[in-house]
Design a protein around this ligand. Structure first.
Ligand code: BES
Ligand code: ZN
Length: 648
């Protein structure tokens, strides 16, 4: 396989390159971790800056233009290998100087070859570098320019018709690059182990007669649309390719504080601004915990409902699903989560997708600390109990399905789509591991330690071993008793949950359980004390519904609490999931509306999977999916295609 061939070549050259390890500011010397999900060979030639010049054409559903890459080339290296997937490459040229505005720097053509394409991984673009001059022994720098266009079916990019937006009048475009989709819209070293700064010029050809469209990126952003459709962006902090992001649409902006605000389609903007009023307080809390926010502004972008994730931590501009606009701020922990990634993920990044828990486990831990700071321990405990339930379910499913290896924190995703590692293991098991350390060494000491981890490794990409070595040196060296108590090996390289996993409990959720127990024991739904139930109590209440519940009981719950008509996506989801498990047909209308009105994979996957389990559900899944499929983003579509064995 081409990936392996590239790895071999990197190994051969690695010996020479490991002589120049990159320092990380805390005395650790290292060489680069190998990333099996990228064709790139950054130990030979490494991209350090990207200048994008792209035109956005809604008529042809293509981005086209040029990616100029500043490359640092090691002595002896003769090639630059970039990741691509479904890109049409025009010319490849090089210059010694940066692309001047207007592209006037003299450029010389270079030979290049496209390798064979593999599903998910795409094809390596191998560029023959110009021969080295007599500059001397050190690394040399040059600019490589790739003229290219994306395919209308580029997996990162979703092109929405006006009907798929809230405004209904203008088309919309957004990208989702994590984990390895950046290569479907930018030729790049698509590995979290390589960081680059970037600049971009985006020219939007808006459809005639409509309003000018606003372009936004994971960079410095405009706050209003420009009549000429030309936008310039700068991202001065080095970031990995999976954080490259672009959105274009008829968007408005509302400020939420000094250096933060929210973008959304105009019909959604007021609701979004009201939902996120706590954003400045969240940023304050995060900075008090783990140090200054390093990226300048922090804004949110609320996307149309087909956005396949809850949130995506694109630097300076978190992308978010509109399904968290509950009207009562009850789902804003998602914002705390994406904000926390500004430290765990965007500042200190997982070096490979096998180290994904360094991003997500740290972030869930940090998210809970922010929520506790803002809303108190009761609220945090409720989130923890729900998270623990999700985690136990995931461990059961993975183990039963013969995938116990995927319940280790340190993953082994070689040859597989890194999406396979996006489970509750990285998130919830990862967070529990940090919680065990916190409880063992004490919160004050742990917070100081985490702050040193972020500060000492800022703007670098790190492996699980890097973290374990730091943990050993900074916290455990003097305390062998702590080290034994932690069971680090069982957490990181063992299955399931180690015996020292902290328990979660919540008095508020216990009240929801007892309400359900009373109902099951015969109390009328209308007599239950649910008047003050929070979103999380409703989720918990519904999750406790036993498999033995009858259709009459489901009907009673729906009549008493209007569950099928809930606007809160998490409550509606918990209800619909139970209805599917109980084959309760009166909700099929509500189920179809939910599955066609939004495309968040976390909601789609369990519902379609539950339907696909039975002969009763299969035709229902097929009927709804046939209608909904075209409106989903490729990330969600690929998952559901596989789940339903959908003919492509
Ligand atoms: N970075 C992730 C989303 C992601 C992970 C996209 C891997 C592609 C590959 C983001 O921070 C995230 O975790 N989102 C969660 C919400 C969060 C509150 C758990 C989601 O979208 O469900
Ligand atoms: Zn996350």
């Amino acid at each position: 396989m081409a990936v392996q061939a590239a790895a071999m070549a990197a190994l051969v050259l690695g010996a020479a390159c490991s002589a120049a390890p990159r320092g990380d500011g805390d005395g650790e010397e290292r060489t680069m971790a190998h990333d099996s999900h990228s064709h790139a060979r950054p130990l030979e030639a490494r991209v350090t800056r990207l200048e994008l010049d792209l035109a956005v054409d809604f008529a042809t559903k293509r981005l086209s233009g040029r990616a100029s890459l500043a490359v640092e080339v090691q002595p002896g290296a003769t090639q630059l290998v970039l990741d691509t997937r479904d890109l049409a490459i025009g010319a490849v040229t090089w210059s010694g100087a940066a692309p001047a505005a207007g592209g006037l720097a003299a450029r010389t053509p270079l030979p290049f070859a496209m390798g064979s394409a593999q599903p998910d991984f795409g094809a390596p673009l191998t560029i023959e570098l110009p021969a080295a001059g007599a500059e001397g022994a050190g690394a040399r720098s040059l600019w490589i320019h790739v003229d290219y266009a994306t395919s209308p079916s580029a997996a990162a990019v979703q092109w929405l018709s006006p009907e798929q937006t809230a405004g209904g009048k203008s088309p919309f475009l957004f990208t989702q690059s994590q984990a390895i989709l950046a290569r479907t819209w930018i030729p790049c070293q698509d590995t979290p182990g390589v960081r680059m700064t970037y600049g971009a010029r985006i020219t939007v050809k808006a459809p005639a007669g409509g309003p000018p469209l606003l372009a936004l990126m994971s960079a410095s952003n405009p706050q209003a649309a420009r009549a000429d459709g030309v936008y310039e962006f700068d991202m001065p902090q080095p970031i990995p390719s999976y954080l490259m992001a672009l959105a274009v649409g008829d968007l408005g902006f509302a400020s939420l504080g000094k250096e933060c605000g929210v973008y959304a389609e105009r019909p959604v903007l007021a609701r979004a601004a009201a939902e996120f009023v706590d954003l400045p307080a969240m940023i304050d809390a995060a900075e008090r915990l783990y140090g200054p926010y390093r990226f300048g502004r922090y804004d949110l972008l609320v996307l149309p409902p087909s956005f396949p994730f809850g949130g995506m931590e694109n630097p300076r501009l978190t992308f978010a699903t509109p399904t968290i606009l509950a009207g009562d701020r009850s789902l804003v922990s998602l914002v705390a989560h994406e904000l926390a990634h500004s430290w765990s993920g965007n500042l200190v990044t997982n070096a490979t997708w096998n180290d994904f828990w360094l991003n997500e486990g740290f972030t869930v831990y940090f998210e809970h600390r922010i929520m506790e700071a803002l809303f108190g321990t009761e609220f945090e405990e409720a989130l923890a109990v729900l998270g623990r339930q999700d985690l136990e379910k995931t461990i059961e499913e993975l183990s039963a399905g013969g995938h116990a290896r995927d319940t280790h924190l340190r993953l082994a995703l070689e040859g597989r789509n890194p999406d396979d590692g996006m489970t509750e293991i990285a998130y919830e098991k990862g967070a529990r591991f940090l919680q065990v350390i916190e409880r063992t060494v004490g919160r004050e000491r742990f917070d100081a330690f985490l702050r040193r981890w972020f500060d000492g490794h800022a703007f670098t990409s790190r492996t699980t071993d890097d973290f374990l070595a730091f943990l050993d040196r900074e916290l455990l060296a003097a305390r062998p008793d702590w080290k034994t108590a932690l069971q680090i090996g069982a957490w990181v390289d063992g299955p399931g949950l180690p015996s020292n996993c902290p328990q979660a409990s919540s008095a508020a959720l216990a009240r929801a359980s007892s309400a359900m127990e009373r109902f099951v024991a015969g109390a009328p739904a209308a007599s239950l004390d649910v008047a003050t139930f929070t979103t999380q109590q409703w989720q918990h209440f519904l999750r406790q519904l036993p498999a033995s519940a009858t259709h009459a009981q489901l009907a009673e719950l729906d009549a008493a609490f209007g569950l099928s008509a809930r606007g809160n996506s998490e409550v509606l989801f918990a209800w619909l999931a139970q209805c599917v498990d109980h084959r309760y047909e009166p909700v099929l209308g509500a189920l179809e509306r939910f599955l066609t009105a939004q495309g968040r994979r976390k909601f789609l996957k369990p519902l379609y999977a539950a339907l696909a389990k039975s002969e009763w559900g299969k035709p229902i899944a097929a009927r709804i999916y046939a209608k909904a499929r075209a409106s989903y983003h490729a990330v969600a579509r690929d998952t559901i295609d596989e789940l339903l064995a959908w003919p492509k």
